[in-house]
Design a protein around this ligand. Structure first.
Ligand code: C2E
Ligand code: MG
Ligand code: MG
Length: 602
C-alpha cells in the first residue's frame, strides 16, 4: 500500500465547504482523531451506524470505539500496518450502542504534516452486516441440506478431507459409512411425500443423536464433536457418517449397531406408526487408503452388499478383494486392447510318436507379446480371463488362428494336426458347436479331423451327461478331443470310459516324478493300461529327459510331448523343426528291447 504522507496544505474556503458537506451527508461513517487517536469529530452517518451521538464519542479513544470487539493482536497488527504504509482496509466486527453486533468495511488513513509528523487519523466505514448475512445464507445453501439442515455432500467431503489429513498424521482409524433407508420408496408411495420428508427429518435427528450419544462423543476425536461434522445427507434417503479416532473395528461395530438400532425403533409421524430400517456400507481408512470420493464410493459398494444380504445391517468394504479385482479389471482392459491390436500369438509344441519318430500334431499355446513386458506366458493371464467377457472372444481367436496356421502349413506341404486348449465355460457355451462349425467352414480345404480340442479333466466332473452331449455335438463335425492334464482331477474309471475322447494326456507332474517315485510310476502305468483298455490313445506330457522317454516307451506309451522333444516355438520355426527332428537313439534302443521282450513274452 502507498504511504499516505501527503502534507495537509492550505485549502481555499470553497474547498473546505465542499469537504464539510461531503463529511456531513456521505452515507459512510467518518471518524477523525487527533495524533493521539482521540476522536475529534464524527459525522451523522457514524451516529446512525453505531448508535452513539457525536457528543458521546468526542475525546474517546478511537481504538476503543472501533476495535473494541477485536483481539488485541488483531488491532495491533492493523496499527502496525497503518504506521508502516499510511493506511489499512478490511472488515471489522463491532458492537452497536444497543448491543447488536454488526460488521463494517473500514478504511483507515494516517495524515501527516510537512515534517512527516502524524496530524490525524481518518476512519471511513460502512455497515455490511446485511451483505455478510446474505453471503452466509448463500454459503449455507451451498453446504447444507435444506430439509434436514445436515451438511450436504460438498461439506461432508470437505470435512472428510480434514479428518483424513489428521488421520494420516496420527495414524488413527476413520470410518466412513454410507446409509440408505430400506424401502423408503414404499413409505413415499403409501403415505405421500410430506410424511416421507418427515421420516427423513426424524432419521436425521436420530442419526445426530446416535452419533452424539455419550460414548460416541468420546470416541469421536476424544472431545465433543459437532454431530454435524459426523453426519450428512447425500440426497434422497441417503446419509453419510464419519467416525474419527476409532481404536479398532469393534468400536466401529458398536457405533454402526447403535445407529441401526436408533433408526429401527418405531416412528410416529402424523399419527402413523412407521417402522423404518436402514442399511449401511462402511469402509475404514487407512486400511482402505483411497481418497475421500473413492472412500465414499467404496462405502456405497459395501452398502449394496448390506442390501443384498438382507438389509437392516451394515457391511464392511473388503479392501483386499477390491484391490485384486481392480488390478484384474485393469489387466482385462489391457487384454481387450491386446486382442484388437494383435498382441496375442500362438506358439506350437510338437506331439510326437517316440516309437515311429513321426510328428503326430502340435499343441497351440497362447502367448501375449506385451509391448513393454515382452512375451507373457498363459499362466499369467489365462486365470484373469476366466469368467470374464473376454474368455470366449480369446478362445475363438485361438481356434481361428490355429485353423489359419494349419492352412498355411498345408500349403507349405506340412499336413499337421493342431490341438487347441478350450476353456471349460467356452466349451459349455450354448453356441459353441455352431460357432466351431462356422470357423471350420472358413477353411474348407483343411480336413476337419485335423483339429483337436484339449479339455481339462476337471470339466468332465461337472455333469457327465452334459459334457458327453457337448463333445458329441463337436465330434459330429469330425473334430477330435483330448483329455488334458489327466490325473490331476478325480475322474473315476467310469468317467473315462464314458467320455468320447480320442486322446488322454498324462499330466506332466506324474511324468516328472515317475522315475524316483514308485507311486507316480504306478499311476502312469495305470493310466496307460486303462487308456489301452478303453481304446483311447495316450500321450505323456512334460517329457524332459531321455530316461523319461525310455521308461514311457517301456510302459507302452509311445506318444510324447515335452521340452526333451521340443519347446513350444513360433509357427515359422515349425517347418524346419519337423524336417530335422530325429528321435533319440536311446529311445530306438529301448524300443528294440521292448519289441524283443514282447516277442519273447509272446
Ligand atoms: P497345457 O495345455 O497342459 O500345456 C502344456 C504346458 O506345459 C505348456 O505351458 C507347455 O509350455 C508346458 N510344457 C510342455 N512341455 C513341458 C516340459 O517338458 N516341462 C515343463 N515344465 N513344461 C512343459 P504353457 O504354454 O505355459 O501353458 C500353460 C497352460 O496354459 C496350458 O497347459 C493350458 O492349460 C493353458 N493354455 C495355454 N494356451 C491356452 C489357450 O490358448 N487357451 C486356454 N484356454 N488355455 C491355454
Ligand atoms: Mg493342453
Ligand atoms: Mg496339459
Amino acid at each position: 500500500m502507498r504511504r499516505n504522507n501527503r502534507p495537509i496544505t492550505q485549502r481555499t474556503t470553497d474547498q473546505l465547504s465542499v469537504i464539510a458537506s461531503v463529511f456531513e451527508y456521505i452515507e459512510d461513517a467518518v471518524i477523525i482523531t487527533d495524533a493521539k487517536e482521540r476522536i475529534i469529530d464524527v459525522n451523522r452517518a457514524f451516529s446512525k451506524i453505531t448508535g452513539y451521538s457525536r457528543e458521546e464519542v468526542l475525546g474517546k479513544s478511537f481504538r476503543l470505539m472501533v476495535f473494541y470487539q477485536q483481539e488485541v493482536s488483531f488491532s495491533e497488527a492493523i496499527w502496525n500496518e497503518i504506521h508502516a504504509t499510511g493506511c489499512w482496509c478490511g472488515e471489522v466486527v463491532n458492537c452497536h450502542k444497543n448491543g447488536e453486533i454488526y460488521t463494517e468495511a473500514l478504511s483507515l488513513i494516517e495524515t501527516h504534516d510537512e515534517t512527516g509528523a502524524v496530524i490525524q487519523y481518518i476512519g471511513i466505514f460502512s455497515d455490511i452486516t446485511q451483505k455478510k448475512m446474505q453471503e452466509a445464507q448463500a454459503q449455507n445453501l451451498m453446504n447444507f441440506d435444506v430439509l434436514t439442515g445436515l451438511p450436504n455432500r460438498t461439506l461432508f467431503v470437505d470435512r472428510m478431507n480434514v479428518a483424513l489429513t489428521r488421520a494420516r498424521r496420527s495414524g488413527e482409524n476413520v470410518a466412513i459409512g454410507y446409509l440408505d433407508l430400506d424401502d423408503f420408496k414404499s413409505i413415499n408411495d403409501t403415505y405421500g411425500p410430506t410424511v416421507g420428508d418427515k421420516v427423513l427429518l426424524e432419521v436425521a435427528k436420530r442419526l445426530h443423536q446416535a452419533i452424539r450419544s455419550e460414548d460416541a462423543a468420546t470416541r469421536i476425536n476424544n472431545h465433543e464433536c459437532d454431530a454435524g461434522e459426523a453426519t450428512a445427507r447425500m440426497g434422497g434417503d441417503e446419509f453419510a457418517i464419519l467416525l474419527t479416532n476409532l481404536a479398532d473395528l469393534q468400536q466401529c461395530d458398536i457405533a454402526m449397531s447403535r445407529i441401526l438400532k436408533s433408526i429401527d425403533s418405531p416412528m410416529v409421524i402424523d399419527s402413523n406408526t412407521l417402522q423404518v430400517t436402514a442399511s449401511i456400507g462402511v469402509t475404514i481408512f487407512p486400511e482402505d487408503g483411497a481418497d475421500a470420493n473413492a472412500l465414499l464410493r467404496h462405502a456405497d459398494q459395501a452398502l449394496y452388499l448390506a442390501k443384498e444380504t438382507g438389509r437392516n445391517r451394515y457391511h464392511l468394504f473388503d479392501h483386499h478383494r477390491h484391490s485384486i479385482s481392480r488390478e484384474r479389471r485393469a489387466l482385462l482392459t489391457q487384454m481387450e486392447a491386446a486382442l484388437v491390436n494383435g498382441e496375442f500369438c500362438l506358439y506350437y509344441q510338437p506331439k510326437v510318436d517316440m516309437m515311429q519318430g513321426t510328428v503326430r500334431s502340435a499343441e497351440a499355446l497362447i502367448r501375449w507379446r506385451h509391448p513393454e513386458r515382452g512375451l507373457i506366458s498363459p499362466g499369467e493371464f489365462i486365470p484373469v480371463l476366466e469368467g470374464s467377457h473376454l474368455e470366449i472372444p480369446v478362445g475363438e481367436w485361438v481356434i481361428k488362428t490355429a485353423l489359419a496356421q494349419m492352412e498355411v502349413w498345408r500349403k507349405a506341404d506340412l499336413d499337421l494336426s493342431v490341438s487347441v486348449n478350450i476353456a471349460p465355460p467356452h466349451l459349455a457355451h450354448r453356441q459353441f458347436s455352431e460357432r466351431l462349425k462356422f470357423l471350420l467352414d472358413q477353411y474348407p480345404d483343411t480336413p476337419k479331423n485335423r483339429l483337436e480340442l484339449e479339455i481339462l479333466e476337471g470339466v468332465a466332473l461337472g455333469s457327465i451327461e452334459q459334457i458327453v452331449c457337448l463333445i458329441e455335438a463337436c465330434r459330429s463335425l469330425h473334430v477330435n478331443f483330448a483329455l488334458d492334464d489327466f490325473g490331476t482331477g478325480y475322474s473315476s474309471l467310469t468317467y473315462l470310459k464314458r467320455l468320447p475322447v480320442d486322446l488322454v494326456k498324462i499330466d506332466q507332474s506324474f511324468v516328472r516324478d515317475m522315475l524316483g517315485e514308485p507311486r507316480e510310476l504306478a499311476l502312469v502305468e495305470g493310466v496307460i493300461g486303462m487308456s489301452k483298455a478303453f481304446h483311447i490313445a495316450v500321450l505323456a506330457e512334460g517329457v524332459e529327459t531321455e530316461e523319461q522317454g525310455i521308461t514311457l516307451i517301456r510302459l507302452g506309451c509311445v506318444l510324447g510331448q515335452g521340452y526333451g522333444i521340443a519347446r513350444p516355438m513360433p509357427a515359422k520355426d515349425m517347418l524346419a523343426w519337423v524336417a530335422s527332428w530325429q528321435p533319440s537313439v536311446a529311445w530306438k534302443k529301448a524300443l528294440d528291447e521292448w519289441t524283443r521282450d514282447a516277442v519273447v513274452l509272446f
